[in-house]
Design a protein around this ligand. Structure first.
Ligand SMILES: Nc1ncnc2c1ncn2[C@@H]1O[C@H](COP(=O)(O)OP(=O)(O)O)[C@@H](O)[C@H]1O
Ligand SMILES: [Mg+2]
Length: 195
């Protein structure tokens, strides 16, 4: 099976430009192409397994994606592929001093101290999986104003909630709770084993 990260075909430069040619993954990211959310459990499981596998590969190479979201996850027949590495943190690069990406996917430690790392990618993946299986966002942060961020952090500290009508299997609930754990030191470190 091909990998869960978008492949680079070639890299070149001319006078003023730098070109990176990536593999073409068809039209539509997971937000646009999967149809109305929630998706069925098999699709959610397949997408989560693939996306977590892609993250594991990145993290093994000490790369943090920093912008994991359904928009940056391309669904494929046999795989789901992570794209959009322009804000990725790679070894040797200075740490970010701003919050990147979509606020609703942002981990608490990133709001608190711009602390991007594998754990913040896994938080964002927890948000993606929650979205896939419930059709909702687990937490909202409307904008970057301190009061909005404080409210979002308070909700994150209380933890994620499922309703009976969500019909989410226990194993998926456990995985999502593990990924959406406020304290990054207690958060699941890779995930997907139980899926
Ligand atoms: N390799 C690819 N093949 C097909 N579509 C892609 C590919 N990479 C990105 N896209 C599409 O283009 C959109 C924007 O690309 P992305 O790299 O995420 O840039 P941005 O930084 O603007 O979010 C993605 O959400 C996805 O729908
Ligand atoms: Mg993107």
């Amino acid at each position: 099976m091909r990998g869960s990260l978008c492949r680079t075909k070639s890299i070149s430069m001319d006078d003023g430009h730098f070109y990176i040619v990536m593999e073409w993954l068809g039209e539509g990211n997971s937000e646009a192409a999967m149809g109305p959310l929630p998706v069925d459990n098999d699709t959610a499981r397949h997408t989560a397994q693939q996306a977590l596998k892609g993250l594991r590969t990145l993290h093994t190479h000490n790369v943090t994606h920093c912008d994991v979201s359904l928009r940056n996850l391309m669904p494929q027949r046999s795989r789901a592929v992570l794209v959009d590495f322009d804000t990725a943190l790679v070894p040797g690069l200075d740490r970010h001093t701003n919050v990147w990406g979509t606020l609703n996917y942002t981990a608490p430690e990133v709001f608190e101290s711009c602390d991007y790392g594998p754990a913040s990618d896994l938080w964002a993946m927890g948000v993606c999986i929650f979205e896939l299986v419930t059709g909702r966002m687990p937490f909202f942060c409307l904008d970057r104003r301190p009061q909005s961020v404080r409210n979002a952090l308070k909700a994150m500290r209380r933890g994620v909630r499922f309703t009976a009508s969500d019909g989410v299997p226990d194993a998926a609930q456990d995985l999502i709770r593990g990924l959406l754990t406020y304290d990054k030191h207690r958060r699941i470190q890779s995930g997907g084993g139980g899926l």
